[in-house]
Design a protein. Structure first.
Length: 129
């Protein structure tokens, strides 16, 4: 059985961003954005507690995907899956905006450029592996 909710968390160098999506409806039910002032774990814990209370998520009905510069260490502590941020952005763009040719992602410490190419097998644009 798939999870009722998918939680996406980006733990960056300056902020923590999170979203809870109801899987079946692809609908956002909770989201927040907060500067962490070097307190990444504390802000993540606050977000998780609020998600549980406000959106009724739990380990039994949700899966968590974490990205960002602080995500790798914290993911293992809460049983989440770490996803490298360029891959996360590429998958989202391929799914939600297949007409896009390139993306510039600006973070607190760096910037990334993703260029999509035509996939002759599917006819869609894809991020090169």
């Amino acid at each position: 059985m798939s999870a009722r909710f998918v939680i996406g968390v980006d733990i960056g160098s300056t902020t923590v961003k999170a979203v809870v999506v109801e899987s079946r409806k692809d609908h956002i039910v909770w989201r927040d954005y907060k500067r962490h002032d070097t307190r990444q774990p504390e802000v993540l814990l606050d977000f998780l507690c609020r998600m549980e209370k406000e959106a009724h998520v739990s380990p039994k009905n949700a899966r968590i995907l974490i990205t960002g510069s602080g995500g790798n260490v914290l993911a293992s502590l809460i049983g989440a899956k770490f996803v490298q941020e360029v891959n996360a952005v590429a998958v989202a763009v391929e799914r939600l905006h297949p007409e896009i040719n390139s993306v510039i992602e600006l973070g607190g410490q760096d910037a990334k450029i993703i260029i999509f190419r035509d996939d002759t097998n599917s006819g869609r644009k894809r991020f090169p592996p």
